[in-house]
Design a protein around this ligand. Sequence first.
Ligand SMILES: [Zn+2]
Length: 244
Amino acid sequence: MAEFLWKKLKTLASFDRELSLNQEKKTTLLKKVEIEKVELTKIKIHITELKQDALLKQKQVDTLELDAASLNIEELKKKTAIETSTTKKELIALRHELSILETRRKDIEDSLISAWHQLELAEKALTSAKENQDALLATHTKIIHDCTSEIEALTSKTMLLLTQEKNLLDTIPEEWIKKYQNMKERVTDPIIPAIDESCSSCYYLVLPGDIARLKKGAILSCRSCYRLLYYDSDEEKSAHTAQY
Ligand SMILES: [Zn+2]
């Protein structure tokens, strides 16, 4: 069993690396989902504001139209009164009142033209926002959906890894788990190969006697960085291939 222990610890390290990578990915995705949700809310608020604005502009138009209509009625009344007036004094007074009403009506008509224009602009803004809204909502919703699926996949992967890790831990002696975990608290690569008779992390030379023990499958601590060292001829070969 001893000659396989380094392989187990190496696998354990790869599980741990993958687990922490999954956690990082998950955190990034969760942040992205939050950002997208804020965007969705912003779009909805924008549309609500535009709707309220269009309603307000419509109310302004309605009020002015009512004012104009009631002024029309008053003007008609005055005109009828003028036609039936009996004295010159009354006629002058009525004509004066009528001219005031006419001025007011013209002012209201000017305001109404401007209010109609404002309403038209508000309605156009709302229509175009609504047209864009669907596409934007779909885009943001899709991103949220995709991120959520990725998060779910990562969660399943994590669960599986944890199970595999637990099974693996059951086969590793307690003292080695402790040594590995102590080292893991300090460095991200607690177990590494010795390559060319030295530690592949800090390059500190491994004593010839220790090299012999490593080649028999032992695990030793580097005398300089204390990482757990093992020897794997395949890894040494591929390190040479990478160099040249
Ligand atoms: Zn070292």
